[in-house]
Design a protein around this ligand. Sequence first.
Ligand code: NAP
Length: 241
Amino acid sequence: MQYSGKVALITGASRGIGRAIALKLASLGADVAVIYSGNAEAADEVCAEARKFAVRAESYKCDVSDFLEAKETVGAIKNEFGTIDFLINNAGITKDSLVLTMKEESFDRVIDVNLKGTFNMIRHCAAIFLKNKGGKIINISSIAGIIGNAGQANYSASKAGLIGITKTIARELASRNVCCNAIAPGFIETDMTEAIGGENPMMASIPLGRAGPPPGGRPRLAGYQPTPGFFLPSPPVFSSS
Ligand code: NAP
């Protein structure tokens, strides 16, 4: 299998897009470390699904925004799996409101989880990648980080920041055979976007006029009609390959 013997660490893998990434990597033969923040049952369910592909899968509770907790978790994964080959920085949150009413703590928390959390994981995995003379990092940004989105000053700033850190890490580590890329999805039906439904003005800018189907689940939006082919609501952002 393509990724047999490789170890992937995926943050925010208990639900939504992270869950789908973890299961896809497992289906390709990678062992997976599933990081979650509070939802242990969901993370354990992802591990059970992943093991059906005859790979190793373990879940780890870790608030990625906490520098020391992230360090301990990366250390534990390295000890238990032997190494880390792929780091997928997917954990993310929203705390939306218009800027006039956005609370300071809402701004800080979103930046801490989405942007600093990604820095923390890269910071603690980098030495492992350098020792291995290789590694792959994928940061999950968002279309909101490219075009902005009313009500998401905190979120779009964090996601634009992810594009900056991606390009910088790619430049810093390319010579050591470590690749760093970002992906900027458009709306995908997950718990994160459930509250938004079809009413957000950003939806009107999507040519298909709807969110992407939920990863591995049933569509939630009323009137959803499946479209054959791959849903690509926004251009991916590549930094190194
Ligand atoms: P989701 O369904 O809400 O899942 C969020 C995941 O992040 C969960 O696994 C959650 O763990 C984890 N998480 C939250 N806070 C954390 C923390 N402090 N430390 C560690 N893990 C934490 O989200 P999603 O829609 O799949 O989004 C995944 C990523 O894609 C996010 O970065 C999001 O910004 C990005 N994205 C999503 C969309 C979209 O339309 N859905 C579009 C563009 C980009 P628990 O289950 O334990 O709470």
